[in-house]
Design a protein around this ligand. Structure first.
Ligand code: UD1
Ligand code: CA
Length: 478
């Protein structure tokens, strides 16, 4: 038995009422489609290629599906969304399928993110005993509305699947439904190609019509009973939120089992690819997504949002830190309210304080920028202290320029560093300076305006202003 995976993802998803293609709807920061994809890829010992059926123009852009390093999907375009069988036909007429040697297709609806590899394994095991049979997963639902109903003859054998739109009232009362997960022999698909008639109501060719076709040709249809949760599909925004809740719980449980403390797992969002080391505490309202990797014994405060960010062991991210494509070194302390933008690399024990923004900023071990700074296109050496209000002026309206600050430098508060420039090791820049050129190592630099101190000047100032106000009022009233 050689199995290829198929994900159906070319439907129009109109019930979502959104401009975002349904299968790309974000679930904990990952596209909806990536969940069943991951389940298929995790079966890699059993499943070879994974064909993803997409509409013309694709749906995915640059978005990677599944874990980094997992095999890329084979995209197949379904030219018109003429139904789930049309989608399968697109696969079986694709060069990749025709030149491959798979004997079976494991077909999943792309909008069912809760399916797990254990379920797929059971389905495959069932098929292994009966390689000629069509195997499908079914579930018993309290409310089967919207799903295809499983019709059985008096002996209990499956005879057909009846879609909601075609169901008679007694059929609508059937609570056993089609889960949208199938193991289909290649021969059955090839035989049915071009022979499934469109549904008279919707004009779509249904994959589910394959069942009555197989039965009428004396083929065998087997079912695997699965839990209602495993098969839950997403057709509406409300259903999207329901599956998100289930996936959140599943993912958070795994982290807790591995020694991560989640103060309130219901209010903590962690994406499917995120890793967190043991002994780390994550406070509520935080969202860790993408390829984020957090080390052990870290403290992640409230409302922290990390995208594709690596955090070293023992680091502390105080409340409301936002970081994307950044690296935070071991035992670094960041925030509250800091913004680490792409290209930020904080070394060991770096301190970044409140209202500091960094972008393409590489800070050496022990460097500090504790208050109100913009550090962009900059390298900061070890142990250097960046005073409050320091700004790297990296942009002249046309181009970006780099600033290089050496080790053990003291940058006084409210300094503007007009790039490009280099500040040598051990320099001291006095508060309020505007630096417009390179500083050699060990230099002291200051720009000071001439002070103009007038004793009692404030009193005279206020007198003058009050006089003027009186004068103006008089003029108005005459
Ligand atoms: C489908 C099943 C139904 C089952 C339910 C389980 C059919 C006809 N019906 O209904 O029996 O109970 O799933 O969730 O299959 N798609 C394409 N191309 C198309 C149309 C759809 O790729 O032309 C894709 C969609 O993107 C989606 C999947 O197929 O991922 C299922 O399509 P959808 O329209 O959601 O089918 P349901 O009405 O939910
Ligand atoms: Ca659906």
């Amino acid at each position: 038995m050689i199995i290829d995976g198929v994900l159906l993802a070319a439907g129009s998803g109109t019930r979502m009422r959104s401009s975002v293609p349904k299968v790309l709807s974000p679930v904990l920061g990952a596209p909806l489609l990536s969940y069943p994809y991951r389940a298929l890829v995790r079966l890699h010992e059993r499943v070879g290629a994974v064909h993803v059926v997409v509409p013309p123009g694709g749906v995915l852009g640059e978005e990677p599906l599944g874990a980094p390093g997992s095999p890329p999907p084979l995209y197949v375009v379904q030219k018109v969304p003429d139904g789930t069988f049309g989608a399968c036909e697109a696969v079986i007429s694709s060069p990749a399928f025709l030149s491959g040697s798979s004997t079976h297709l494991l077909v999943l609806n792309g909008d069912g993110p809760l399916v797990e590899e254990t379920l797929l394994e059971s389905l495959v095991a069932l098929g292994q005993d009966r390689p000629e049979a069509l195997v499908l997963a079914t579930a018993h639902l309290d409310d089967p509305t919207g799903y295809g109903r499983i019709l059985r003859d008096p002996s209990g054998r499956v005879t057909a699947i009846c879609e909601e739109s075609a169901a008679s009232p007694p059929e609508k009362a059937i609570r056993e439904v089609n889960a949208g997960i199938y193991l289909i022999p290649r021969t059955i698909l090839l035989e049915a190609a071009g022979r499934i008639a469109p549904d008279p109501r919707k004009g779509e060719r249904y994959l589910t019509d394959l069942v009555s076709r197989v039965v009428s040709r004396n083929g065998e249809v087997l079912t695997l009973s699965v839990s209602p949760e495993a098969m839950r599909g997403v057709n509406t925004q409300e259903e999207l939120s329901l599956v998100t809740a289930v996936l959140r719980e599943r993912i958070n449980r795994l982290h807790m089992a591995r020694g991560v403390t989640l103060q309130d797992p219901l209010r903590t969002d962690i994406g499917p690819e995120v890793t967190i080391g043991p002994g780390t505490l994550v406070l509520p309202g935080s969202f860790l997504e993408g390829a984020t990797k957090v080390g052990g014994s870290c403290r992640i405060g409230m409302g922290v949002h990390l995208l594709d960010t690596t955090v070293g062991d023992g680091a502390v991210l105080r409340d409301y830190v936002v970081a994307s494509s950044a690296v935070v070194g071991p035992r670094a302390v960041v925030g509250p309210f800091a913004h680490l933008r792409p290209g930020t690399e904080l070394g060991t024990e770096v301190h970044i304080g409140n209202f500091v923004e960094t972008k393409k900023a590489v800070l050496g071990p022990g460097a500090k920028a504790n208050h109100l700074s913009y550090l962009g296109d900059v390298t900061v050496g070890a142990r250097t202290n960046i005073g409050a209000g320091t700004i790297t002026c990296n942009y002249d309206g046309y181009e970006k320029f780099n600033t290089v600050i050496g080790e053990d430098v003291f940058v006084g508060s409210d300094t503007q560093l007009v790039a490009p420039l280099t500040v040598g090791d051990g320099s001291v820049i006095a508060a309020g300076s505007t630096v417009i050129g390179d500083l050699p190592s060990g230099a002291l630099y200051l720009t000071r305006p001439t002070p103009d101190l007038r004793p009692e000047g404030a009193t005279r100032y206020h007198e003058r202003r009050r006089e003027r106000r009186k004068h103006d009022k008089k003029k108005e009233s005459t």
